[in-house]
Design a protein around this ligand. Sequence first.
Ligand code: ADP
Ligand code: MG
Length: 505
Amino acid sequence: MSEELAVRMIGITKRFPGVIANDNVDFELRTGEIHVLLGENGAGKTTLMNILIGLYTKDSGEIYVWGRKVEILSPQDALRLGIYMVPQTPKLVRSMTVLENIVIGLKKAGIILPTRRAKKWIEDIAKSYYVLVDIDAPVYRLSASEQKRVEILKALVRHAKILIFDEITATLSPSEKADMFKFMRKFARSGGSIVFVTHKIGEVFEIGDRVTIMRKGKVVGTFDVSEVTADRLTELMFGRRIVVDVPHERAIPRDVALKVEDLWVEDDGFQSVRGISFSLRFGEILGVAGIAGNGQRELIEAIVGIRKPSRGRIYVNTNGKLMDITDKPTGWRIKNGLSYIPEDRIRYGIVPGMSVAENLLLGFQGCGEIVNSFVIRWDYVRSWADNIIRRYGIVAPSVDAPVRHLSGGNIQKLIVARELERKPRIIVAFNPTLGLDVRSMKYVWEILVRMKQKGVAILLVSEDLDEIFRLSDRILVMSEGEVRGIFDREEADINIVGRLMSRAK
Ligand SMILES: Nc1ncnc2c1ncn2[C@@H]1O[C@H](COP(=O)(O)OP(=O)(O)O)[C@@H](O)[C@H]1O
Ligand SMILES: [Mg+2]
C-alpha cells in the first residue's frame, strides 16, 4: 500500500436545518487501500461521500485529490477525477443489454468505440477484476447484485480509480458478498482506492485496511484495522457498549393466519411470482430468504393488496375461519388486522412534509377517541403522539416537526410504532431493518419477537440472512419467483439456504 494520498478532505462542515451532518471532518484515503467509513445511522457518512462526489456542496472545508486542490460540483466532475460512487439502486436501462448500457455511458463521456472492440475490451476488464456478468444479457434479466456489478464495470471502463460503496452488502447473498469483496481486494491491489461505508462492525475486519469512525457528524478515530478491536469500535461508534442478541423462543403452533395458494404475480409482463404456496400461523415468524429482485416485492404487494395476482388465492383468518381476500382492497385488509412495514420507507411509509403527529395518525383517522364526528381532536392527537414517541424512544425535536427531519432509524421506529399501535394480527415486514444502525435494528427485532409471543403472525421478508436466521421459526427460500425450500429454523443450514437463494433452477 502506498502512502500517497488519493483523497484528502480537511475541515469539511455541512449543515442541514437543525443538524450539523459533518462537523469539521478530516478524512484521508490512501492509494491502494480499502478504507472503511464506519458509523451508526445518521452519523454523517453518506453526507461526507455525497460532498466528495459533488452531490452536496460543503459549507466549508477543502478537498485534495492526488495532491491537487479541487472543487467538485457534480458527479461528472468527480468522475473526471476518477471518483465514482456505486449507486445503492442501479440506474440502468432495463430493456437494454449490459453492453449497451455501458457503451451509452461511454459515448456520453466522449469515448466512441466500434461495438465489437468495445465488447472485447469490456469483457477483458470484467475478467481481470472478477466482475462476472453476462454482458449480452438484457438488464431486466439480472438480479440486483448483478446490476451492481454492471455499475462497477461502468466505473472500471471509465478509469475510475477511487470507488465508493455505501451500505451495499445488505442486499447481497453471502456468496455475492464474497465475490464483491474479492473484486475490491483486486481493485485495491491494482492501485485503486476504496471507501467502504457501513454500519456493520464485522465488515471492518472482513474487508478493511484502515477504518475511520464517525459519530454525530464528527470523526472520532482512524485506525489500522490490525490495531483495533471490535469492542473499541463499538465504544467509539455508540459511546457505550451494545449487545445484539434477541431471545429466541420456539413458537407454539397455532391456527393458520395467512394462507397463500399457487400465487402468480406479474410485473411488466414478466411472471415475478410463479406458483408460490405457504401458510403462516399465529405466533410464528416465517422468514422469506432471497436475493433482492426474486419476486419478494411482488409477493408482498399481492398480499397487502397493492398488486393484483394473475392467478392463485390469498386467505386470511377472520373469526377462526379462512376467508378468501384475493379481491379485497388494501384498506379492507388493513382494517381486518393486516399491517405492513414497507422497505421503501420514505416512499411508502411516511409523508415527509407532514409532522410526526400527522404521520402517526395515518390510518387511524377512523378511531373513536381521535376523530370525534369527523373533527380531528388535535390536542388529543398531540399528547397521544407524544406518548408514542416516548414509549418507542423515537428521537424527534417535537411531535410538530416534519418527519423528513428525522434520521432513517427514527423514521423506521415511527412506522413500526404506528403499525404496532394498530394492534395487528398479521404483520408483513419487508427488510424492516435495512439501513438501520445496530441500536434501532435490535429494537425492531425485539418488537417483532414480542409481537410474535403475543400471538401475532409475522411474515418477515428480508435480504439479510443474519436477520432471517435470528428471528424466524421457519425459513422459506425464494428464488426466481419460486419456493426453493421451507425449513424449520433448527434444521436450516445457512450455507444451504444461501446456495438455494442464488441458484437458478
Ligand atoms: N438532504 C438532507 N436534508 C436534510 N438533512 C439531511 C440530508 N441528508 C442528510 N441529512 C441529515 O444529516 C445527518 C447525517 O445523515 P447521513 O449523512 O445520511 O448519515 P449516515 O450516512 O451516516 O447514516 C442526519 O441527521 C440526516 O438526517
Ligand atoms: Mg448513509
